[in-house]
Ligand binder design. Structure first.
Ligand code: SAH
Length: 206
């Protein structure tokens, strides 16, 4: 993929029509309504952000979902990416660590009529083992390292799309495909995400 990647890289028609259909302004706080359709991240409270639409499209395309897919998202945030996934896949499971964000996302998604979305509050580092394996897993916060439980919960042939790197800088978006004998990893682009908070961070700063 040429750098910087551009909207012309988004060729998956299902992804493009999902981006067209999901009303992003419904997920954006009132103060930022006028910027809802700009191609940039915006604050959603609690120090978190709604991702830039291009990044949402890129990550969704990398998942290679079908209408039969069961997908896991880590970092529900405002639920925008969740809605994009729900437009394309059969069932979407999404884990968020901040209860208030999960509650607000649940309300927005219900109002928009998504009934194939399942939300849970918890530490996404652990995934959601009860519904594994997943045909695709997407992490929308930067992981300090590869989370072994997520690799474990991926179905054979499934893609894990994940930014990995330290907080604030030097993060790389990866796509990892689960194969019979292991996992094949490919670097996609340098990116900047809010950090995936982990038990490990808390222990370190304690
Ligand atoms: N897809 C979201 C992105 C939100 S930003 C959107 O478009 O709105 C990343 C989100 O990951 C934040 O909501 C943050 O609270 C959440 N997050 C951070 N660490 C997490 C963890 N360990 N488990 C689950 N969610 C986490």
């Amino acid at each position: 993929m040429p750098w910087p990647p551009h909207w012309s890289e988004i060729t998956d028609r299902d992804v493009l029509s999902a981006i067209e259909r999901v009303p992003r302004h419904r997920f954006v706080p009132r103060d930022y309504q006028e910027y809802a359709y700009d191609d940039r991240p915006l604050p959603i409270g609690h120090g978190q952000t709604i991702s830039q639409p291009f990044i949402v499209a890129l990550m969704t395309q990398l998942l290679e979902l079908t209408p039969d897919s069961k997908v896991l998202e880590i970092g529900t945030g405002c639920g925008y990416q969740t809605a994009i996934l729900a437009e394309i896949a059969k069932e979407v499971y999404s884990v968020e660590v901040i209860p208030e964000l999960s509650e607000r996302a649940a309300k927005t998604l219900a109002k928009l009529g998504y009934d194939n979305v399942h939300l849970r509050v918890g530490d996404g580092w652990e995934g959601w083992p009860e519904h594994a394996p997943y045909d695709g897993i997407i992490v929308t916060a930067a992981a300090p390292a590869w989370p072994p439980p997520l690799v474990e919960q991926l179905a054979a042939g499934g893609n894990l799309v994940i930014p990995v790197g330290p907080s604030g800088w030097d993060q790389v978006l990866w796509v990892a495909t689960k194969l019979e004998g292991g996992i094949s990893k490919r670097r996609v682009a340098p990116v900047r995400f809010v950090p995936l908070v982990s038990q490990f961070d808390e222990e370190e700063s304690a």
